[in-house]
Design a protein around this ligand. Structure first.
Ligand code: ADP
Ligand code: MG
Length: 327
């Protein structure tokens, strides 16, 4: 049984401007102890997808489909069961979470909180020991438990957030843009840490980033999202070297090296902006920006097609021409 299985997931936000279909039928699977990277420009639905895994979407969101954690549907489970599952089965490091540490509380206390909350029998002393163990796991000195957030660097804060996520020994970790706010050296260290944790703790990892090069070094499989759908999916090496969707090629050219801050705001090879989910173009939503668009693209809403080797892409060209191999 898969650790995580999304089946035809849809999320629509109700807003004053009308319905915003942020996720439009995503199916994905993650085996225990494996890593999946989710890529896509800002607005493609990545954070919304992450929030559904622990049913953390706001009340204005309507969620459809199924989110199976170890075979159990998160969307229909009781609140009591959901409380048990949050932290202990799966944990999320949220985008921008570096700023969510309480500035008035020592970080060790903040990490101890989920431990104490989830295990009524645990003593304060045991919780403190657990905090020191967790800090060791993320490569931080135990004495930093008594620090306040402002005394820590960005990289140390991100390690604290990861330690907090690991507090109740989840089997699934979702990290949403965990390196985006960090400088390049520190980004590489945080990615190393995630890789080590996956190996040592047998964690399943969903790593989310707009930067394909970040995901390629860390994840076994990649899913590329555009306008609320997965448009390409497969083994990382395949998706990066033999991308079949023009969007994947454009995204990978836009972020050629890890942590290129300039590329984030002016991605090369990606003209224009992603569409507003409330007003999508007909056919393939990427066709107005696509250098390889043909007449059929405006009229065909292509779903994922097999391209061999567990590799799939949603493009009219798939199946009609040989795979390009980039040098
Ligand atoms: P990503 O993480 O890929 O940048 P998001 O999941 O944050 O994408 O957003 C997907 C789309 O949903 C965007 O168009 C965003 O504006 C919209 N959206 C996100 N959260 C909300 C919300 N709470 N209410 C209305 N629209 C939202
Ligand atoms: Mg996001």
């Amino acid at each position: 049984m898969s650790l995580l299985r999304l089946e035809d997931l849809t999320v629509t936000y109700r807003t004053a401007e009308g319905a915003v279909p942020a996720v439009r039928g995503v199916s994905l699977e993650l085996e225990a102890g494996t890593t999946l990277g989710v890529a896509g420009e800002s607005g493609s639905g990545k954070s919304t997808l992450a929030a559904t895994v622990l049913r953390l979407t706001p009340p204005t969101a309507t969620v459809g489909g199924r989110v199976l954690l170890d075979g159990e549907d998160v969307l229909t489970m009781s609140f009591g069961r959901l409380r048990a599952v949050r932290w202990a089965a799966a944990a999320i490091v949220f985008q921008g979470a570096l700023h969510s540490l309480n500035p008035l509380q020592r970080v060790g206390q903040q990490i101890a909180e989920p431990v104490l909350l989830h295990d009524a029998d645990v003593t304060r002393r045991q919780a403190d020991q657990r905090v020191r163990d967790l800090l060791g796991q993320v490569g931080l000195a135990g004495r930093l438990a008594s620090a306040y957030p402002h005394q820590l660097s960005g990289g140390q804060k991100q390690r604290m957030m990861i330690a907090m996520a690991l507090a109740c020994r989840p089997r699934l970790l979702i990290a949403d843009e965990p390196t985006t706010a960090l400088d390049v050296m520190v980004q590489a260290q945080v990615l190393d840490l995630l890789t080590t944790l996956v190996r040592d703790l047998g964690l399943g990892l969903v790593l989310i980033s707009h930067d394909l090069s970040v995901l390629g070094t860390t994840c076994e499989r990649l899913a590329v999202m555009y306008a609320g759908r997965v448009v390409e999916e497969g083994p990382s090496a395949d998706v990066l070297a033999r991308a079949r969707h023009p969007y994947t090629r454009a995204l990978s050219a836009a972020f050629p090296t890890i942590g290129d801050a300039a590329a984030r705001f002016a991605p090369r090879g990606l003209p224009g902006d992603p569409p507003w989910p409330g007003d999508l173009p007909p056919g393939c939503p990427f066709h107005p920006r696509c250098g390889e668009a043909v007449a059929a693209c405006a009229g065909t809403d292509v779903r994922l097609r097999e391209c061999g080797g567990a590799h799939r892409a949603a493009c009219v060209h798939v199946g009609t021409r040989p795979v390009e191999v980039r040098a």
